[in-house]
Design a protein around this ligand. Sequence first.
Ligand code: DX5
Ligand code: ZN
Length: 213
Amino acid sequence: MKIAPSILSADFGRLLEDVKRVEEAGADLLHVDVMDGQFVPNITIGPLVVEALKGRTSLPLDVHLMICDPDRFVHEFIRAGAQHLSFHVEACVHLHRTVHAIKEEGVRAGVGINPGTSLSSVECILPDLDFVVLMSVNPGFGGQTFIPAVLPKIRALRQMIDEQGLSTVISVDGGINADTACLVRDAGADQIVAGSAIYGRKDIRQAILDLRG
Ligand code: DX5
Ligand code: ZN
């Protein structure tokens, strides 16, 4: 499984240093949580911060938009350096248009699904997606508890992808620690996002090893 540390749990006062720490510890991607205070009850970072990281890390920037009406900002985040860009099905009316707007710019497109949203919301568009972000917490904050109801969703999505012979990546985001990483891997996830389970540990290299199981 690929590991995407979320900088939401990093020390923003020394962000680049914390990015280098996960890079050196063997992370695969850098997960950047963008929140607008409307779609989720928290405000985090905008394109300026993504731009500040661009070219300063070898990790691909995996930008997770938790914002209303994501079309307004897709191009700006791509200009800022997003190489993987996801937005939420609950926040977007014309899913197909937004996915293709991202892909036309040569960026990998993903759709996020909240714990209370059915997989059927992305079924029709699955072949167009590079990845699906299955949320295992209600988005908004780091350090929340994993919601086990995501496990049957991972299994069902794995089956859909395999049956159709697709290469869509299943990413699972929220409440991931060594125990839950094991559960989501067994259910068929390809990638996990983890914030507190990585940045909350002194030994980040060991934290990433523990998540790999
Ligand atoms: C939640 C974010 C997550 C968050 C995960 O809204 O999308 O990426 O940073 O944090 P942990 O791993 O602490 O649950
Ligand atoms: Zn996220």
